[in-house]
Design a protein. Structure first.
Lengths: 355, 605
């Protein structure tokens, strides 16, 4: 019934619009009904020319306001060694595109303003200029060649993991809608696993008869030692997920049926990051917002929000189902000693599954 | 013989084929009517697509807040007015599908290819009017099925417009992957058939039916763009069809093209050996050319409209054609930049970074040439011109961030965040929409027998839209750089994102205002269709052939012999040899069917 009423309202609205149009049409004077009245006049050219000039300033203004108001919400400094390389390349690319953008947008709007039409003006018949076109083909070629080379070096450095670095191997296991991590233990080798072996407490389908699996440790909170290269092996149990660790500038899809990988070296501990100026500012602002929201919640009889403390995050960044928006795991970066102490307390597969 | 018979048929039009309501308005084989059918269907789908985006924006700005409108429109998926997470994903999916395929592919390229190809090359109609009609009706059928899928019990397809399996293959993974997904796939299969029929027709028409003197090098850039777009469509759409067919097999017949080692809903599936990455390759082999299928027609129309309204030749015609061809070629070898972190070999990532950044070169050439076309012009600020300038603006601002995303190393951290959403909405969504609007304002008189859109409403429409869309998409880059993933129903599950709430409110308010401005356009469109003022035969004083055709729509376009072409399409403000006046005194344009004059040099082709 509601649907019918909505349709009815829409139809009636349409009829109203048409009828109003009819009335407007009748109220026009004959001059207004002239042949050329819908073609831009010199007055229109003038007004819109000026607006074009204002347009470029409004565009700049929106950008500047965005930076001024929201520059502080951006991610803090990279917490991994390769992250610095990405941030540098990012900065260079950003400076470049801002430079190009500012100039081209200015020219576009300024020309639109400067050459706004007038009955007395004559346009220049200027159809071709090989030299000009050559210049602005070659300049992008050179600039992009530089960017491409820089980008490819950065990319190869990140993606090629050599065995010499002796990375610590950790499995990230994704399923609807949570994460698990499996540490490879003393032997630094993960035991074989397959979804066909999933049974009861063996949530990850680890082959419990595999000798390499005995010292594996399965947890739901990721602890990483500072300064050690970690090689993540990713698996998914059901659909595509993506392991996104924004603070480490790290991301890789988790694909059912195959093992994907990504490696990085954490370079800032959680404790250090919490003391970072930028992060402290962000946490302060978030807590102000949370306190304000809590007042409303309490007024409604709900519980207040807990105060926020900074932690690194692992998020799912590939649409994976209804609870995609809440698929997260806490990451803690700590010193080697703290890490050793923590891992020693965790139960290995041998003790938890092969009792 | 045939030419004679054709002319004869045109002469006593009324006697030979009596037109009924059905043959004129429904099963019409006339390209002008088919183009209007495409446009109106496209606009209708556009209203639905944009309305969906507003619902999503409201949810993101005020999460879990009850809205009466949610309950009204979403029914059982918004009990008490609070949106359900699964319907949010359905909105994401259908919004993307509708906007990309139904509005910007069919509604833009379908409309203007149909309208302009025969009229601008001097042909009586498409090569096959019948196939053209079938193409539209298949499009209509696919739109209908897509809309029907919204009313399926378990909800419409909800796996994102990219429908990556296994999510899209398994109803256990998400309810929308049941009957909703089946309908999505059927609808898209029909859509692809429609698109192929249309594209083949466009290619054949451009190659075979150009009028006397219309060499390829004299084609307006619009036709070049439509022609090349059609070719990319023919090359890439069949690949999507194969992907869709394999997905249908996996879903319904137990094959394992894309599925392997899956444990879901408490049981192991039998599938073994397939790979979702294969699907990603197949999907993006269409998916990336698709964005150029969307943007190239807009580029062609913008080139044409900028030249006409600047009263200047388009700058660097040959470079413009070359860059269209370069973009078209490159567009088919860059698909992997959507998959840098899909798990494919990192070396492939390097290759795709290289090819992707190469696209910036022809794109830069085009942008510089457009800007130079304005330089020292005599700009006529018609609404179509404003939207064309707006197009160049958003193409630059959106395109530049492509340099970041196309760089595999930088893509790692912004992949699938709102940074990407902002990038592609500006560079292909908003730009292509501006191209669509520019085309509608410019060629409305050609579609509706001389009636023109109201210019003042056009100005209002443009200025609100252009500021509003920057208001939506500039801030969106920032929440992307803050690390916020896209396709999240709400961000409240992460206290870390609490400080992004006010950005989201700002974006939503701009989005609502911008969507509101489109009502002005709709009003203008519907009203002018019936009551718009009749303008002159060639209102924009343009050189191209469509303005020499009859204002009244007749079958065959020209009531008499076809015009003959003697020059390129951009003789605007061409001075006489003494540079005292224009070639034709007092007239700053020379239509293509005017023979070369004495002392006139044919300069640029």
């Amino acid at each position: 019934m509601t649907a019918f009423l909505i349709v009815l309202v829409i139809i009636l609205f349409g009829i109203t619009v048409l009828q109003m149009g009819k009335i407007f049409g009748m109220s026009k004077t004959p001059e207004e009904l002239g042949e050329s009245s819908e073609i831009a006049s010199d007055k229109d050219n003038n007004v819109n020319g000026w607006l074009m000039l204002m347009f470029v300033f409004v565009t700049y203004a929106i950008l500047i306001v965005s930076f001024w108001k929201w520059g502080e919400v951006l991610l803090p400094k990279a917490a991994s060694e390769h992250g610095q390389g990405i941030d540098d390349l990012w900065l260079i690319s950003m400076v470049l595109i801002f430079f190009v953008g500012f100039i081209t947008l200015w020219l576009l709007s300024y020309f639109a303003f400067k050459y706004r039409g007038n009955k007395n003006n004559r346009a220049l018949y200027f159809a071709d200029n090989d030299k000009l076109e050559f210049i602005w083909t070659v300049i992008p070629v050179i600039v992009l060649a530089g960017l491409i080379i820089y980008g490819l070096f950065t990319w190869t450095d990140i993606m090629n993991v050599s065995e010499d670095e002796d990375p610590m191997i950790v499995e990230l296991y994704a399923y609807q809608f949570d994460w698990r991590a499996r540490y490879s233990g003393e032997d630094n080798t993960l035991g074989e696993a397959n979804v066909r072996l999933i049974e009861g407490a063996n949530q990850l389908g680890v082959d419990t008869s595999d000798p390499n699996a005995q010292d594996d440790v399965v947890v739901n909170e990721l602890h990483l030692p500072l300064g050690r290269k970690i090689l993540f092996k990713m698996r998914s149990q059901d659909v595509l997920h993506s392991a996104y660790m924004p603070h480490f500038r790290a991301q890789m899809n988790c694909v059912p049926g195959m093992i994907t990988q990504f490696a990085f070296t954490p370079s800032v501990t959680t404790e250090q990051m919490r003391l970072d100026e930028e992060v402290m500012g962000k946490v302060r602002r978030i807590n102000t917002i949370r306190r304000k929201n809590s007042i409303e919640l309490i007024a409604k009889g709900d519980e207040a929000l807990e105060p926020y403390e900074f932690d690194y995050l692992l998020l799912c960044n590939k649409i994976c189902g209804t609870n995609h928006y809440n698929m997260q795991m806490k990451i803690i970066v700590e010193t080697q000693q703290q890490y050793d102490a923590w891992i020693a307390q965790q139960a290995t597969i041998a003790t938890s599954l092969n009792k | 013989m045939s030419a004679h018979a054709e002319e004869h048929a045109v002469d006593d039009h009324g006697h030979h084929h009596k037109e009924t309501f059905v043959t004129k308005y429904i099963f019409s084989t006339d390209h002008k009517m088919i183009s209007k059918q495409y446009l109106i269907t496209g606009l209708f789908m556009g209203i639905i697509g944009i309305a969906m985006s507003i619902l999503m924006r409201m949810q993101l700005a005020w999460p879990e807040e009850p809205f009466v409108i949610f309950e009204m429109l979403l029914g059982k998926w918004a009990e008490g007015g609070v949106m359900d997470p699964s319907v949010y994903l359905a909105l994401v999916t259908i919004h993307g599908t509708i906007m990309v395929f139904f509005v910007l592919t069919a509604g833009l390229s379908g409309t203007f290819s149909n309208l302009l190809i025969p009229l601008q090359i001097g042909a009586r109609d498409m090569a096959s009017g019948f196939l053209n009609m079938v193409s539209y009706w298949l499009f209509f059928l696919s739109s209908l099925i897509m809309l029907m899928s919204l009313f399926v019990e378990a909800g419409p397809a909800s796996a994102g417009w990219t429908i990556y399996p296994p999510l899209s293959a398994l109803p256990q993974a998400i309810p929308g992957s049941g009957a909703g997904m089946t309908l999505w796939l059927v609808s898209m299969a029909i859509f692809i058939a429609s698109s192929l029929l249309g594209s083949l027709n466009y290619v054949v028409t451009v190659i075979n039916l150009r009028t006397k003197g219309m060499r390829m090098t004299r084609l307006p850039l619009t036709i070049w763009a439509f022609f090349v777009t059609a070719i990319i469509g023919i090359v890439s759409f069949p690949v999507l069809l194969s992907a869709a067919l394999m997905l249908i097999m996996d879903r319904s017949f137990g094959t394992s093209f894309f599925l392997s080692d899956i444990f879901i809903a408490g049981e192991v599936l039998h599938n073994q050996g397939g790979s979702p990455v294969l699907f990603e390759h197949l999907f993006w082999f269409l998916g990336h050319p698709e964005v150029y299928i969307v943007i190239l027609p807009a580029m062609g129309m913008v080139s044409e409209i900028l030249a006409t309204n600047s009263r200047k030749p388009v700058f660097g015609y040959r470079a413009m054609v070359a860059s269209i061809l370069a973009i078209a070629f490159l567009s088919t070898v860059v698909w992997g930049h959507h998959m840098f972190i899909s798990g494919m070999n990192p070396f492939l990532g390097s290759v795709f970074t290289f090819t992707t950044l190469l696209i910036a070169i022809p794109s830069a050439v085009k942008s510089f040439n457009w800007i130079t076309t304005l330089w020292k012009g005599n700009l006529q600020m018609n609404p179509a011109m404003l939207f064309s300038i707006g197009f160049v603006s958003t193409f630059i601002t959106g395109g530049l961030t492509g340099i970041i995303l196309g760089d595999s190393a930088l893509d790692i951290n912004v992949h699938d965040t709102y940074f990407v959403v902002a990038h592609f909405h500006l560079v292909m969504g908003i730009s292509a929409l501006y191209g669509l609007f520019a085309g509608v304002y410019h060629w409305f008189p050609k579609m509706f027998e001389g009636r023109m859109l109201n210019k003042n409403l056009g100005f209002v429409h443009f200025w609100i839209t252009v500021i509003g869309s920057y208001g939506v998409f500039f801030p969106m880059h920032f929440i992307g750089m803050a690390g916020l993933p896209r396709r999240y129903y709400t961000n409240t599950a992460f206290p870390y994102f609490d400080d992004l709430a006010d950005v989201n409110v700002v974006i939503t308010i701009f989005a609502i205002i911008t969507a509101g401005a489109q009502i002005v356009f709709l009003y203008n469109f519907i009203h002018s269709m019936y009551y718009g003022k009749i303008g002159p035969k060639n209102p924009w004083r343009s050189t191209t052939l469509e303005w020499t055709a009859e204002v009244k729509h007749i079958h065959g376009n020209w009531d008499g012999p076809l015009p003959e072409v003697h020059r390129w399409a951009y003789d605007y403000s061409k001075p006489n040899s003494a540079d005292t006046d224009y070639m034709i005194p007092g007239q700053d344009f020379i239509p293509q069917d005017v023979p070369m004059m004495e002392n006139e040099e044919e300069l640029h082709h």
